[in-house]
Design a protein around this ligand. Structure first.
Ligand SMILES: C[S@@+](CC[C@H](N)C(=O)[O-])C[C@H]1O[C@@H](n2cnc3c(N)ncnc32)[C@H](O)[C@@H]1O
Length: 206
């Protein structure tokens, strides 16, 4: 994405999501993030929509985001709460963290957009301590008619939605990267139709 598109996407992101946040996305974020604890890395943190949902037991969040205008918004939002947050401009494919240095990794609506899913998951695996949790809220490929619809709209959707792919299935990549995926489940997300098939829950770093 060039810098003008990045600035526009950052400016419209929160207003664009406001309705779906009210229709249940914010509640899902709270449910997933409210009970985690320890040192956290969040990949693709965007404008910081998750920051208000972390519970009191989180010691620190390193919010990693490659788009500078998104990261600026996350930094401004960070100042509102009392959570210890560091916002770093970097892609998920190159996390600026030491091996086995965090307890929890978080990815919400990000694996659809990263350039390289396998490299991003390898990085998450590297920085998580053994047994650490990877909390996911992702829209994914559907089945049958939904998958056909996703393939049909993707060429228009992708440039309008910041490079978002509708037809990714992260489950095989998660397994291949060394995660136990037993606690992930398929759900219907309160997102627009083609982005509604979701994968939500916690993968464990083996
Ligand atoms: C749909 S937004 C989700 C933002 C936020 N996680 C949320 O839940 O609202 C997708 C985010 O992924 C980021 N992104 C794109 N490529 C990425 C990459 N290679 N590594 C990490 N994040 C990336 C985008 O800049 C954007 O902030």
């Amino acid at each position: 994405m060039n810098s003008v598109v990045q600035r526009v996407f950052a400016a419209v992101y929160d207003p664009m999501l406001a309705r779906v946040e009210r229709r249940g996305l914010a509640e899902l974020r709270r449910h997933l993030l409210g009970s985690i604890d320890g040192e956290v890395v969040e990949i693709g943190a965007g404008t910081g929509a998750n920051l208000e949902h972390y519970g009191d037991r989180v010691r620190r969040v390193v919010a990693v985001e490659p788009s500078p205008p998104m990261a600026d918004r996350a930094r401004r939002r960070r100042l509102v709460g009392k959570l210890d947050v560091e916002v770093v401009v970097a892609p998920a494919e190159r996390l600026p963290l030491a091996d086995a240095s965090v307890d929890v990794a978080v990815s919400t609506l990000v694996l659809c957009s990263v350039r390289d899913v396998a490299a991003s998951l390898a990085e998450v695996h590297r920085v998580l301590r053994p047994g650490g949790r990877f909390v996911l809220l992702e829209h994914v490929a559907g089945e049958d008619g939904m998958l056909r619809l996703q393939r049909f709209v993707q060429p228009v959707w992708k440039p309008l939605a910041g490079g978002c792919h509708l037809t990714r299935d992260p489950l095989p990549s998660l397994r291949a990267a060394g995660f136990d995926v037993a606690d992930l489940r398929h759900v219907r997300l309160p997102l627009p139709g083609p982005a509604s098939p979701g994968l939500v829950g916690t993968a464990t770093r083996l």
